[in-house]
Each structure stands twice: as C-alpha cells, then as structure tokens.
Design a binder for this molecule. Structure first.
Ligand code: ZN
Ligand code: ZN
Ligand code: ZN
Ligand code: ZN
Length: 216
C-alpha cells in the first residue's frame, strides 16, 4: 500500500477489539474500518481500577474511546488486560490494516498532503480538486511567462542579427569584427563619419541617419 499513512482519524477501539474512522478532508465523508476483534484479549480476575484501564485506552494513539465503560465484562467482573504490550502490538497491526483498507478509498493529495475521497480527488493530477485547479492556474501562468520570455529571447536574437549585419562588409560581404573601421579583406570603409554632426553611419547610407546631411 501507499507509503504515506493517514494522519487524522478517530480511534473507536475498545478492549474487545479495534476500529478506526477515517475522514475525507474535503467533504468529510467517513470511512469506518470493520471491527477487528482482539485475539490477545486476556481477562484478568482483578479489581484493578476501571478508570486506569479506560484512561490507558484513551491515551493509545491519542484517539477517542467510544466505550469506556465496557472495560468490565458484564456479569463476570473480569477486567480485560489491555495494558500489555501484546494488546499494544495488536492494535498497531490492526491500525495499519485499517489504514491499508482506508487507502483504497482515500487518496493523498500530492500537493497539500491531505486525504480525499474519490469525489474530492483528481486522480489524473493526483491532487485534491482545489489543489488541481490551483495547479492548473499556476501552470497557465508559467506557460504565459515562458511565452513572454521566449518572445524576449527572439527579440534579442533579432537585435543581434541586425548588429551582426552591420559588421558585414557592404562590398565584399566578409565578416568584419566590431570596432574595425575598414574591411580587412577589401579595404572598404566600415563607417561613414557625418561631416556635419560626426555620427558614424553605415557605409551604404547616402544621408546621415542622425542629422540628414548628405554623406560623401
Ligand atoms: Zn470527499
Ligand atoms: Zn490538495
Ligand atoms: Zn570588404
Ligand atoms: Zn550627421
């Protein structure tokens, strides 16, 4: 069964046996395990305080005991020995069994970690319905962000391409490293300096792109 144990439950066990109640964290639907009769229930003919037994029961797993009074077998005056390790072990095993059973109906949300019935659970997403919806919205947001990033990258790429183009000699079309003023292959000038404003223009320009002065 699942490696996650169900966290919240009601303990309905008493000295006669074990029973647990598991709840859907969404709709509150209750799944009650079959009553699992205690095998190691040992009857002791003592007059040990019933209260002690009852409070011990109550402390086991921190659960709630529904039948506190039944620690005394009616008529016989025998008291069940539920203070032994055997009962303890038995209860632990019974609880695990009950949990395995409950996990057939209750599934754990992988996002919030709580347990949900079929109705409140999105099996495909392996999440409770609210978490699945939240996740879907986040997924959409992520996609939109990725889309925006991609556009930004494309814009930058385009910008780089434009920059690179500028560094190709207009005469021989060889690549000219940035900052070079003349093409090293054919000797063509890589810039036309505007005689009026001093702006550096691409050599194919006939007019200064800064001030409109005719370039030679
Ligand atoms: Zn439910
Ligand atoms: Zn959830
Ligand atoms: Zn050239
Ligand atoms: Zn100019």
């Amino acid at each position: 069964m699942g490696k996650f144990r169900i966290g919240s439950y009601e303990d309905l066990s008493n000295e006669r046996g074990f029973q647990f109640e598991f709840k859907c964290d969404g709709c509150g639907r209750v799944f009650r395990s079959d009553f699992d009769r205690s095998e190691t229930r040992i009857l002791k003919k003592t007059n040990e305080s019933v209260g002690k037994v009852a409070s011990f029961l109550g402390n086991l797993f921190g659960g709630k005991v529904s039948t506190v009074g039944s620690a005394i077998d009616s008529g016989t005056g025998l008291v069940s020995d539920v203070s032994g390790d055997r009962y303890d072990d038995e209860k632990k095993k019974a609880f695990e069994k009950a949990e395995d059973w409950a996990q057939e109906s209750l599934k754990r949300c992988k996002k919030c970690g709580r347990w949900f019935c079929e109705e409140c659970y999105d099996a495909e997403a392996e999440m409770c319905s609210p978490c699945a919806e939240e996740e879907k919205a986040e997924e959409e947001k992520r996609r939109a962000e990725e889309e925006a990033e991609k556009e930004e990258r494309e814009r930058e790429e385009e910008q780089r391409r434009r920059e690179a183009k500028k560094r190709v000699c207009h005469k021989c079309h060889e690549f000219v490293p940035e900052g070079m003023r003349f093409c090293g292959i054919c000797g063509a000038p890589m810039i036309k300096v505007c005689p009026s404003c001093g702006a550096e223009n691409e050599p194919r320009m006939n007019f200064c792109t800064e001030c409109g002065t005719r370039l030679k």
